[in-house]
Design a protein around this ligand. Structure first.
Ligand SMILES: Cc1cc2nc3c(=O)[nH]c(=O)nc-3n(C[C@H](O)[C@H](O)[C@H](O)COP(=O)(O)OP(=O)(O)OC[C@H]3O[C@@H](n4cnc5c(N)ncnc54)[C@H](O)[C@@H]3O)c2cc1C
Length: 487
């Protein structure tokens, strides 16, 4: 073994979490940090995740605006969607994002990068399969930032190139005529909502009946209603089988009422979740306790350290949230602690934030209680909720998007806002406002004193918070309209 491969910190995976972990390890005292990447540079986010999906959604929004223009007396003529150009723009812009990440990754000194798949051969020893042969790496601390990969259920295996995942869908030369999406999670609904608006005959199938992110039954019902109006949803399936046919895929499924149906689609997209990329890592050799799925049993999410080992985790590989800002936050603390090992420190937890970029938008902030209103949460803490229906909200009506609902939650004792769930126009932005308010420990009463412009969608939130304050008995009556139609 050469000295060159003895490092302070080895980071496995040059994705968003790994790149941040590397940077933070250097900033917190590690002298030699080695970044190991087995696949391509460019990150899941830029290559096949956040960015290409939002580019497709942006095209869908353009189509949606054109379709909805007539309601305002604006004629745009016959709508024609050039599928090849839609996909070409997705890739063109996506490639710009990827190029930027690849360039900055390649700017890292070549001695501090290793291309190859890493595998544990001891608690602080890795073996890396490079093009030039096997390289041994000894590290004082290791950050696992190996990401996740789409999982495909057995019922969809054997479909060849007609089976898509989020890794391959953005490579389609043009928009398909028809698409079945198996999986009604965030990825399935985002891509389904976009494809449908882009004129693709889209069907979404799932064995479950719950809509993603939202917790309360009120919001579940609202989401099911709004998405069923816009999408061909088949939830609560009992069985699903698939077979390849000429130029497509035949799916056969049993609906929740026991009826068997079938359909032929150009493609089927598996959106049935992602699994942590553990297979290649050989964690058995790392000297840490693993559960039946091969996941470390004792990951401390405050320090990102596994048990008392010198191994840290960050990003999708943790199997926790699979969202970018959490991957970055994990990478930050894992990198710092790997550099400071064994003197690790806990991070200050951030309020949880989840967004689904569908039409309508869905968002969740904080931990929404699962019990009925007013019941004890955890150790006897009680809460109240305030709700607003966006069907009569001023700005939403102006925009011809008068639909949706928001619920804001606060602790009875003290009135601090701690969670919210939203569906409707602008939810992605209002969720940020609420997340910042929760981080600042704003009470319902205080929130009512903060400025809100008129007429904006946030006035709806204020109505929900006014009802919340009323439920908390912080004010005598629900707050009346302040400045005109809008709330
Ligand atoms: C379709 C889609 C849409 C999404 N949209 C959003 C969104 O809108 N907002 C949001 O917040 N999040 C979104 N996400 C999630 C987000 O993209 C991920 O949470 C984030 O990219 C994960 O980063 P990471 O660093 O953990 O993993 P990655 O970026 O996947 O990096 C892991 C790296 O590790 C490498 N690797 C794996 N094993 C080894 C090994 N043994 N040796 C060496 N290298 C290895 C891999 O090749 C990979 O490059 C989306 C995801 C998808 C799929």
């Amino acid at each position: 073994m050469s000295d060159a491969n003895e490092v302070d910190v080895a980071v496995i995976g040059a994705g968003s979490a790994g790149l941040v972990a590397r940077q933070q390890a250097l900033e917190h005292g590690a002298r030699r940090v080695l970044l190991i990447e087995g696949g391509v540079y460019g990150t899941t986010c830029a290559r096949v995740g956040c960015m290409p999906s939002k580019l497709l959604i942006a095209a869908a929004e353009a189509a949606g605006h054109a379709r909805g223009a007539a309601a305002f007396g604006v004629e745009v003529g016959e709508l024609r969607i050039d599928g090849a150009e839609v996909m070409a723009r997705v890739r063109r812009e996506r490639d710009r994002f990827v190029e930027g990440v690849v360039r900055s990754t390649e700017e890292i000194d070549a001695r501090d990068r290793l291309r190859g798949w890493a595998r544990f051969v001891g608690p602080q020893s890795l073996s890396v399969e490079t093009d030039a042969g096997t390289v041994r790496v000894e590290a004082k601390a290791i950050v696992l930032a190996a990401g996740s990969t789409p999982s495909v259920p057995p019922s969809l295996e054997g479909l060849g190139e007609r089976l898509l995942t989020s890794d391959s869908v953005f490579e389609l030369p043009s928009l398909p005529g028809s698409l079945a999406i198996v999986g009604c999670g965030v990825v399935g609904l985002e891509l389904g909502s976009a494809m449908q608006r882009l004129g693709v005959a889209t069907k979404i199938l799932d064995i479950g009946t719950r809509m993603p992110l939202l917790v309360s039954e009120v919001m579940q019902a609202e989401a099911r209603e709004l998405f069923s109006q816009r999408l061909d949803l088949h939830l609560g399936l009992r069985e699903l089988a698939s077979e390849p046919v000429a130029k497509g895929v035949r799916l056969r499924w049993t609906e929740s009422d026991g009826q068997t149906r079938e359909g032929v689609f150009d493609y089927v997209l598996a959106a049935t979740g992602r699994r942590p990329q553990l297979a290649r890592l050989g964690l058995e050799a790392a000297g840490i306790e693993l559960d039946e799925r091969g996941m470390p049993k004792r990951l401390d999410h405050r320090t990102m350290r596994i048990g008392t080992s010198a191994i840290f985790m960050a990003g999708d590989i943790t199997g926790k949230h699979a969202v970018l800002h959490e991957a970055v936050s994990d990478g930050r603390i894992a990198g710092r602690n790997a550099a400071r090992y064994p003197n690790v420190r806990a991070r200050v937890p951030q309020v949880e934030l989840g967004i689904m970029f569908t039409e309508p938008n869905v968002a969740i902030v904080g931990k929404v209680p699962t019990q009925a209103e007013g019941e004890c949460e955890g150790e006897g803490v009680e809460w109240s909720v305030g709700e607003v229906d966006y069907r009569n909200q001023g700005r939403a009506r102006v925009m011809n998007q008068a639909h949706g609902r928001a619920r804001v939650y606060a602790w009875r004792e003290g009135g601090t806002i701690f969670a919210a769930e939203l569906i409707g126009p602008g939810a992605e932005h209002m969720a940020h406002l609420l997340a910042w308010a929760i981080e600042q420990r704003v009470t319902a009463q205080r929130a009512l004193e903060l400025p809100i412009y008129h007429p904006v969608l946030e006035e709806g939130l204020r109505s929900a918070i006014a009802k919340l304050a009323h439920a908390l008995s912080l004010s005598g009556e629900p707050r009346p309209l302040d400045c005109g139609p809008g709330n």
